[in-house]
Ligand binder design. Structure first.
Ligand code: PXL
Length: 278
């Protein structure tokens, strides 16, 4: 098997099963060497806990990247998630330009909003900066809320295919390349992802579990990146990531104490099996 070295940049939420504590084990399970650049260290994630601490690591990032350049380190892919500050996005763009091998893909999960709202740490300036990063990337994985913030289209809870097409057209008009739009649901018990590659859309629909959990976006994006880097086409990577994420949510639901994250670890063997079968 081809051995890839990938860099992922996102925060460490020490407790809460999201960002790096999800990406690192999933990508390792997918067989990649996974280098990390923590964007911030938080005591917990920000969705549901109150009083969390946060150390922004923006000021450390340029020196870390400069050291890697000096060591001639280069990556086979870059995957970004939740970032620590608006200013950090320029540093990430610089890393995208200078630390990737030729032709290595960049995958951006805009990780800034859900259910029509920005996460507490973010504002309009962050959205503007994220547009630069997202529209420079080879792959973006927004949910509908994030796609609305990236395009200025009004967020709607209920919608039809024409609304989703309008969002996709606006993302493409802004320079998006391959799009994986998550959480696209046309029926109460069904949801899915729209994959747009070379301007052609395909929809992978799957069951929807009534109660969502925090951290599903990070499980999904990490499994997508792992499957993609294992050589799967974007549609197949999106399908594998969806099947794995749904299985993890099903495994988690019903445990009221586990409201803050997804119990993804016991199902990593299933993800590996899905990759081996693909
Ligand atoms: O799962 C996205 C995420 C990552 N990191 C932090 C978050 C969130 C979502 O709320 O708060 C710190």
């Amino acid at each position: 098997m081809d051995y890839k070295k990938l860099l992922t940049i996102q925060d460490i939420s020490c407790v809460g099963q999201c960002s790096l504590t999800v990406a690192l084990p999933i990508l390792s399970a997918c067989g990649m060497e996974t280098a990390i650049l923590p964007s911030a260290v938080l005591s917990t994630h920000t969705a549901g806990f109150s009083g969390f601490t946060c150390r922004d690591l923006t000021d450390d990032m340029p020196a870390i990247a400069a050291h890697w350049r000096k060591e001639n380190i280069a990556f086979d892919a870059l995957y970004t998630g939740y970032l620590g500050s608006t200013y950090q996005i320029d540093i990430v763009l610089d890393i995208m330009r200078t630390l990737l091998k030729k032709g290595a893909p960049s995958i951006v999960d805009p990780a800034m909003a859900d259910y029509g709202k920005l996460y507490p740490a973010f504002d309009d300036a962050y959205v503007e900066a994220m547009k630069k990063l997202a529209f420079s990337a080879d792959f973006i994985l927004p949910n509908i809320t994030e796609a609305c913030f990236l395009t200025g289209i009004e967020y709607r809870e209920t919608y039809d295919q024409a609304y989703i097409q309008k969002i996709i057209d606006a993302l493409l008009a802004n320079g998006a390349k391959t799009i994986v739009l998550t959480g696209v649901s046309y029926a109460p018990d069904r949801t899915g992802v729209v994959i747009v590659e070379n301007r052609v859309s395909a929809y992978y629909e799957h069951r929807k579990i009534a109660k969502g959990c925090h951290g599903t976006g990070d499980v999904y994006a990490s499994a997508f990146v792992g499957a993609l880097m294992r050589g799967n086409r974007p549609f197949d990577a999106a399908r594998i990531a969806a099947d794995y994420t749904v299985a993890c949510i099903e495994f988690t639901q019903g445990d009221a104490d586990h409201w803050y994250g997804v119990k993804f670890e016991p199902l990593l063997a299933d993800l590996i099996q899905m990759l081996n079968l693909a």
